[in-house]
Write a protein of this length. Structure first.
Length: 1161
């Protein structure tokens, strides 16, 4: 993946990208520092963005211009009419596409080999520019491949993918010294502009230029076959035209000069070559044989072509000089003849070779010729199977006379190839780069005159424009000055708030920049150029006028404010003293202190009715005024007012005035109060509270904390020194003894305030009331007793803040005052600190409340409150705040325990008593005398009997909380927290009354003893009987004999009244039945109390009366018992039930149609 991404990244592209990134970074970070004449045009991000965009567009423009120039450079003016365009050949696109793909694949394979295992940025040995690139041109059969293969320079194909195949458009040869691209012969002979070969050739040039844009090739090797050269004028001319066309194509594509090396190959085809050079060993055969012309970059090939004839003649002479020696050493006459004829053969090749060079490298009107670097002669390894070419009749005669023989393989090696490539071609790899530099250097010669002319024109334009701009600037400043003078005429400075708007408007106008900001760099250059700039002079003058206005307006305003402040008696002594000092400093250069005056002025500005923005402007003007290096404090002052102020201020003791100042400065320096919340952390709101109602976020002022004390020591000494220094303000001088007394007085006042502040906090901090629930109360006590106890942290914070003396220093009054608190955290005699024992007592109380909660959940009585008594004992002897907190915890613990008892009792009532009570009593007779449904005697006994539900519940849970000596009963004081209602207590008192009335002998079943005695019987009746079960009272107008009754007795489930004769309605009696037959029988008559144990019972029998006397067995009896009818079952003991209803009126029995008897009670 990385290779695909970075495959086309060359060193040149990497370097360009790096330069672009560095340039953008430089613009972003460094361009804001660039300024011209006080103007920074790139201070804003938008300006830097526009600059970056402009530079990018400039680069794109320059690049496009270069591309345009290169394309125009290809256009050549031709004085001949253009030849008619040949018809486009018809060929199949398939082979062309295949050839292009093969060419692209070959280039990719070469690039991959050159960059193998290289880094992504292609630097160093993995760069494509490390080895020089050469192109080998030659027709088919010219010997290019054999020439390169015989060089003995390690030339080989780069890899498997680039192995040469038949039909390939080119072949790559890679060695340690260079990379050579061997072109196919068909490409060299391609027709210009059209054809399959031309398209492939253009593709080859394009891929080469894309691979190495900076230097596509370092040179071109044109290989010419000696047979083509000697094969006739037409053949040589055709080869010359092909070579010239291909070289011209390369020039147009690469747009850079490069050397061309012409190599005449296969010279062994000349007759006598082998015999002439047979004596050379391998090393001697590697030398160079040919001509290298002088460097004529950019000057054409005229000198080289002219010198070729002489240079070639020199080569011929060298051959001729060796003929005598070589023939003498020849092995036979045939070899000697061949040696003798070879110089002639070689000399005969000079004329056609010169003509060929002229055709290829001669300059024309419409095209620049390629750069001819040299002409060389080589021979590859001979195979001995081709007849040598004769270039003269003599040589042909000698050759024909000699018998043909096979060349020996021992002499089969190349001649004059290795040295040519290694020592000439590859050593001149830098000629192409140098040639391009020479072209650029020649082009630059024409740029300097043009640049000089342009500079003169620009300078003249800047001079004219600068004059006009500076003249307009002077006129503008003159107009602004006139407007400013008009504003200053209406401004006064008497220190009143109404003056502020006009004064600030004036100062705003005066402080505006005199010089308008340059809209661009060009504008700034035009304004400042040519030495005509007047902005500095104008700015200096405006600056001086601005400061003159500050002294005329703002300075007098500050002095007036200082006078008003020092004469304002509503202010404290120290504010008035500071105002007096400022007033005097503005008139006394000897004592002037810019820092003190500015500090007072800034503090006074905060009191002015200004918005935040205008206040900031005012502060800026104050700084400009008092920070000016030439400020002179010489304002006139009112001596009488100063004398009066000094007399008023010295009337109060110095220590009081200094302490007020000290306290004010400390409050400003340490504004945050040290509250309970800050001392205790997150758990504080859950445990501690302030009885005064103050929030826990308020506390001791910061001036009376440990941090405030440290500042106090420094401020105290500084204020004492300032007091000595500012003695001139009040006209007093102080001595060292006065300073010592002042220090002692300040310390005494500060420590007394310190103690008062912390005492106030401690006295107003208490443990919050425990929750009513025992479980929650125990949890809160566990928090107080824990290692991270808020109470302990609070006390530790207090101890830390009240320990002012450093270790080894004498204690301060604060340390001594709070020493009892400090002792809580000091272990004595190797024991534990008292705070640990206190927390242990709190933990025991918490465990007690846990036991109370457990007892309630299991329906058990609470345990003894010994832990709370121990907590009260632990409170004794502790410092006041700790003692109060512990006593409060003990009291709250008792209340919580009692509250838990209350809930337990209520829960027991609701669970064990209330349900049965409601079921047995509600809407039942006799509790509800109007009900027709009777309450069973068993339920009555279970509910009201001694030891029954009500009696057992009362004795088990409420007996200790009720005062039964009073009537009605009342709750004891220790039951105040129970919260039971008066109605609940009345229920239990009524139940006790019912129990005494119905169960006089203390049994589990009710038993009532009473006597009935006749008193009166209407004469109408002769007989009256009252039967209750098996007990009967009989009366027949005789003596009144009492009859005793015991209810309920055997068969007491019914009652009856019989009389004779029948009443007027024909009825002779009434009967009732049920468990309450006695009371229903009594309800048929009217019962009237005579005394507590005697009642009169009257029956109305259809208008006829019968009266009986009822004597109860006790004064507490169930007859006419109010408690019975008042009794109600309560749902809860905690809720106050409705008021007890009065007993209902006696229920009138409906009239009996038979007897006409109606009764009520």
């Amino acid at each position: 993946m990385l290779k695909r991404i970075f495959g086309g990244l060359t060193f040149r592209r990497f370097l360009m990208a790096l330069v672009v990134l560095l340039g953008i970074g430089f613009i972003v970070h460094q361009s804001p520092r660039f300024s011209y004449a006080g103007h920074a045009p790139f201070a804003t991000p938008a300006a830097r963005a526009w600059l970056t965009l402009a530079l990018c567009l400039l680069w794109v423009f320059a690049h496009g211009l270069m591309v345009l120039v290169r394309r125009l450079d290809r256009v050549r003016i031709s004085w001949e009419p253009a030849p008619p365009e040949p018809a486009a050949p018809q060929y199949d696109d398939g082979p062309l596409v295949a050839a292009r793909d093969r060419l692209d694949m070959l280039f990719r394979a070469v690039r991959r080999v050159l960059r193998k295992d290289g880094p992504a940025w292609r630097l160093g040995r993995h760069s494509l520019y490390r080895l020089p690139w050469y192109v080998a041109l030659g027709d088919a059969g010219s010997g290019k491949s054999l020439l390169l293969a015989s060089s003995r320079l390690g030339m080989s194909e780069p890899g498997d993918d680039s192995q040469w195949q038949a039909g390939d458009p080119c072949r790559f040869w890679l060695g340690n010294h260079a990379l050579l691209i061997e072109t196919g012969g068909a490409l060299v002979a391609a027709e210009g502009g059209v054809g399959f070969a031309h398209a492939v050739w253009q593709r080859l040039l394009k891929r080469t230029w894309q691979a190495r844009r900076f230097c596509p090739v370092n040179g071109v090797i044109v290989v010419l076959n000696v047979q083509d050269l000697l094969g006739g004028e037409q053949l040589a001319l055709a080869r010359a035209q092909d070579a010239r066309a291909r070289l011209r194509d390369m020039q147009r594509r690469f747009r850079a000069p490069y050397p061309v090396y012409v190599v005449v190959a296969q010279c062994d085809r000349l007759a006598g070559f082998e015999a002439f050079f047979a004596h050379l060993d391998r090393a001697a055969a590697e030398q160079v044989w040919g001509v290298t012309f002088a460097d004529s970059t950019g000057q054409g090939n005229g000198a080289a072509l002219a010198a070729f004839e002489n240079e070639f003649a020199t080569l011929v002479r060298r051959l001729q000089d060796r003929v005598v020696y070589l023939t003498a050493t020849a092995g036979d006459d045939v070899q000697a003849g061949a040696i003798y004829g070879f110089p002639t053969q070689f000399e005969a090749m000079g004329e056609p070779l010169g003509a060929w060079l002229g055709h290829v490298f001669a300059r024309s009107f419409h095209a620049e010729a390629s750069w001819l670097r040299g002409v060389y002669f080589t021979s590859a390894a001979q195979d001995g199977d081709v007849r040598a070419v004769s270039s003269s009749a003599v040589a042909a005669f000698v050759r024909d006379a000699a018998p043909s023989r096979q060349r020996g393989t021992a002499h089969a090696h190349g001649y004059f190839i290795t040295g040519l490539l290694r020592d000439v071609v590859f050593q001149e790899r830098g000629l192409a780069d140098r040639a391009a530099a020479d072209m650029r250097r020649r082009a630059s010669r024409y740029l300097w005159p043009a640049a000089l002319v342009l500079a003169v024109v620009i300078a003249g334009a800047m001079l004219a424009a600068g004059y006009q701009r500076n003249r307009a600037l002077i006129q503008k400043v003159h107009g602004d000055t006139t407007k400013l003078a008009a504003l200053a005429a209406g401004v006064t400075a008497h220190g009143r708030g109404a003056e502020l708007p006009r004064m600030l408007a004036l100062l705003d106008a005066a402080s505006r920049p005199v010089l308008p900001p340059e809209s661009s760099i060009v504008d700034a250059i035009v304004l400042h150029g040519a030495g005509l700039y007047q902005g500095d002079t104008l700015a200096d003058t405006a600056h001086a006028e601005y400061h003159a206005l500050l002294r005329q307006t703002l300075l007098r305003f500050v002095q007036a404010r200082a006078r008003q402040a020092m004469t304002n008696t509503a202010r404290g002594d120290m504010p008035r003293f500071r105002a007096l000092r400022t007033y005097l400093m503005l008139s006394d250069p000897e004592h002037y202190d810019a820092g003190a005056v500015m500090a007072w002025t800034m503090r006074d500005i905060e009191l002015l009715p200004l918005t935040d923005a205008r206040r900031a402007d005012m502060l800026a003007y104050v700084k400009d005024l008092f920070e000016a290096p030439d400020f002179d404090a010489a304002l006139p002052m009112d001596a009488a007012v100063v004398a009066r102020m000094r007399a008023e201020l010295t009337a109060r003791p110095l220590a009081d005035r200094v302490y007020d100042m000290l306290e004010s400065d400390l409050s400003e320096a340490v504004p945050q109060a040290l509250s309970v919340a800050l001392l205790e952390g997150m758990n504080t709101p859950l445990v501690l509270r302030r009885p005064s109602g103050q929030p826990l976020s308020e506390g001791v002022p910061g001036a009376y904390t440990l941090a405030g004390y440290r500042l106090y020591e420094a401020m105290r000494d500084q204020l004492i020194a300032d007091t000595e220094r500012d003695g001139w303000v009040l006209g007093q001088a102080s001595s060292p003894a006065d300073a010592v007394r002042l220090r002692d007085t300040l310390d005494r006042d500060y420590f007394s305030h310190y103690i008062w502040a912390w005492d106030a906090l401690l006295s107003d901090t208490r443990v919050g009331p425990l929750p009513a629930d025992a479980r929650d109360g125990a949890a809160e006590m566990h928090v107080l007793a824990g290692a991270d106890s808020p109470l302990r942290r609070f006390l530790q914070g207090v101890v830390a803040q009240t320990t002012l003396a450093a270790k080894g220093d004498p204690d301060t009054p604060v340390d001594r005052h709070f020493d009892p608190l400090h002792q809580l955290f000091l272990a004595q005699d190797g024991g534990v600190p008292p705070i640990v024992r206190i927390q242990g007592a709190i933990e025991s109380a918490a465990q007690f409340l846990d036991a109370v909660d457990a007892a309630r959940q299991h329906g058990l009585a609470p345990p003894p409150a010994e832990a709370l008594a121990s907590l009260q004992d632990a409170a004794e002897g502790q410092p006041a705040p700790v003692r109060d907190m512990l006593q409060q915890l003990a009291n709250d613990g008792k209340a919580v325990a009692l509250d838990d008892v209350r809930r337990r009792i209520d829960e027991l009532w609701r669970a064990d008593v209330a349900p049965f009570c409601h079921a047995a009593v509600d809407n039942r007779y006799p509790v509800n005398p109007q009900s027709g449904q009777d309450m069973t005697q068993d339920d009555f006994n279970r509910l009201f009997a001694p030891g029954g539900l009500l009696d057992a519940f009362f004795h088990a849970n409420l007996l200790n909380y009720v005062d039964m000596s009073a009537n009605p009963w009342r709750w004891r004081p220790n039951a105040a927290r129970l919260g039971f209602s008066r109605t609940a207590l009345q229920v239990f008192q009524d139940a006790a009354t019912i129990r005494q009335a119905f169960f006089p002998d203390g049994g589990k079943t009710m038993l009532i003893h009473f006597q009935l005695s006749p008193i009166f019987l209407d004469p109408y009746f002769t007989q009256f009987n009252l039967t209750l079960g098996a007990q009967t009272l009989r009366y027949s107008h005789g003596p009144a004999i009492p009859t005793g009754f015991a209810w309920p007795g055997g068969g007491a489930q019914s009652g009856r009244i019989d009389y004779e004769p029948a009443d007027p309605e024909g009825r002779n009696g009434h009967s009732v039945s049920g468990p309450w037959a006695l009371f229903r029988l009594l309800d048929m008559g009217t019962l009237q109390a005579v005394r507590s144990d005697r009642f009169k019972l009257d029956f109305d029998l259809s208008g006829k009366r019968a009266s009986l006397q009822l004597d109860a067995g006790s004064v507490i009896n169930p007859f006419a018992l109010t408690a019975l009818h008042r009794f109600r079952c309560l749902d809860r003991l905690l809720t106050v039930g409705p008021a007890a209803k009065p007993p209902p009126p006696p229920r009138q029995l409906p009239a009996d149609p038979a007897s006409g008897v109606g009764a009520g009670r």
